[in-house]
Design a protein around this ligand. Structure first.
Ligand code: GAP
Length: 482
């Protein structure tokens, strides 16, 4: 078969970056289209062998730093289906809507707030029945597909997925798939505070799936209908909330930097007052420079006592915190019941997977001593799906394969995800691991029999060093925990 696709200097087909990433994800088993053999399902994705490791590693890093390594934050894992009253009280039933518009010309359906903005009453040209015509954009935007101004009225479309609990469908059976993990932390606020005797400030963290019937699904896994979140509600003294917002926005920014994200691709952006969510007094977005431009990665919001107050009102259950030391201004005496304020860092786990892949993606042209270019994922060793690939130089030599497998088992014993590979020439095996983001390869060869040394190859600069097996194992283990 002739290969006439245009390739760049690195030997990679010349395509926009997102297309290269989607292709790499499929080729190496990071992410597949869901139900692919049936033609796929809009906006649904499956994580393959490398993708599931990457996603878990990201989520574990978040959990380690947010929950395990702090005295003031604990975790929960709540039910995805909650009482519908939760979503009434939180404002989601009435207000979690996007403005939906249909184009009368090309029949596409889109979100008004995501459509190209041209200015109220701007005159725009678009094509209709083979002719160019001029129309007036009365609402200030045009159809994202065909540019026309022949649009339906805006309709409010609720983003929550509805289903029924129990065998009989009725008004009482309606339940929702949660659109965010956050509400379970609010409704469990006192359960957790009292069982753990927590004192302000303290946080409750949760990770898991959330569901939104998004009108516009876009950019691969960036915006999908089923996705995973990593959220934390940090309950604090009302008068200290500005300070904690400042603290958490910096912590969250640094978390990404600590996992190797290039600082020039990451920024913190304060929300203007007109873009704040209905529950937020102030908010910062951690934004990433994706291939299509700066866009949201995570939001850090000051939610005040909005949620606790609404749940207290709707449930009729007191959700106040008792502080025996705080002087009650009404009585002048110590001892006060009040609602704490909340700072919420809300990150997307699946969106982070995309961001880390984009940020780590690199291509290198051929260089001295290397005739082929390469694609390399420069993932931080902590989140790399495979930490070390152990490769016997010759697969027919049983001593070499046995030794390589022994080294792999040593890693497994210490919870380091190592991978054994004997297929193909060594150069191709290295290339596969570069694309998988594996930071280290250990090659076992004839000399290993004589002096128990191996070649340790570093992914990023392809440096190779000949060292003792013990030393190679120790380096890999130290580097993947750094
Ligand atoms: N509890 C607050 C909350 O959910 P959000 O800004 O709607 O806030 C937080 O969501 C994060 O969840 C986003 O910054 C994004 O990373 C992720 N996220 C939200 N909707 C998403 C979707 N449809 N697909 C993928 N990730 C999404």
């Amino acid at each position: 078969m002739s290969n006439d696709k245009k390739k760049n200097k690195s030997g990679v087909e010349d395509l926009p970056l997102m297309q290269k990433i989607v292709a790499l994800c499929k080729r190496r088993g990071f992410i597949f289209q869901s139900s692919e053999i049936y033609g796929g399902l809009r906006s649904a994705y499956d994580y393959g062998p490398l993708g599931v490791e990457l996603k878990r590693n990201i989520m574990n890093e978040w959990w380690r730093q947010t929950v395990h390594e702090r005295e003031d934050i604990v975790g929960i894992d709540a039910s995805i289906i909650m009482s519908p009253r939760v979503w009434e009280a939180s404002g989601h039933v009435a207000g979690f809507n996007d403005p939906l518009v249909d184009c009368k010309l090309c029949k596409s359906r889109f979100r008004a707030d995501k459509a190209p903005q041209v200015g109220i009453d701007a005159e725009v040209e678009y094509r209709k029945q083979g002719k160019t015509i001029v129309g007036v954009a009365e609402r200030g935007y045009v159809c994202p597909e065909c540019g026309s101004v022949e649009l339906s009225e805006e309709r409010q479309f609720n983003l929550m997925f509805k289903t029924d609990l129990g065998p009989v469908k009725s008004d009482d059976s309606t339940v929702y798939l949660r659109p965010e993990t956050a509400q379970a932390m609010f409704v469990n606020f006192l359960n957790v505070q009292q069982t753990y005797r927590l004192k302000l400030p303290f946080g409750i963290a949760q990770q898991g799936k959330s569901f939104r019937n998004e009108i516009t699904v876009e950019h691969f896994i960036f915006r999908s209908c089923e996705f995973e979140q990593m959220e934390m509600e940090y309950f604090c003294e009302p008068e200290e909330s500005d300070t904690w917002l400042d603290y958490w926005k910096d912590q969250r920014y640094q978390w990404y930097i600590g996992l190797g994200v290039r600082p020039e691709n990451l920024r913190l952006r304060p929300h203007d007052s007109d873009e704040l969510a209905h529950y937020a007094k102030a908010c910062y977005d951690v934004e990433y420079k994706y291939p299509w431009g700066w866009d949201e990665l995570e939001g850090i919001a000051n939610r005040t006592d909005y949620d606790l107050r609404n749940h207290q009102r709707a449930s009729g259950k007191k959700l106040t915190y008792f502080n025996p030391q705080k002087v009650n201004p009404e009585t002048g005496k110590p001892g006060m019941h009040y609602l704490p304020h909340v700072i919420e860092p809300a990150a997307g786990a699946t969106r982070s997977v995309l961001m880390f892949l984009v940020d780590a993606y690199d291509e290198e042209p051929p260089s001295e001593g290397r005739k082929d270019g390469r694609v390399v994922l420069r993932l931080h060793p902590r989140i790399a799906p495979i930490k070390a690939a152990v490769l016997p130089l010759v697969k027919k030599d049983e001593w070499l394969t046995g030794k390589a497998r022994d080294i792999v088992k040593r890693f497994w014993k210490n919870s380091v995800n190592a991978f054994y590979d004997e297929k193909d020439a060594i150069g191709r095996r290295y290339a596969r691991q570069d694309e998988a983001g594996t930071p280290f390869c250990i090659t076992v060869d004839g000399q290993t029999k004589e002096d128990d040394t191996v070649t340790l190859r570093y992914r990023d600069d392809m440096r190779q060093e000949r060292i003792k097996v013990d030393e190679a194992v120790a380096i890999v283990e130290a580097k993947t925990r750094e």
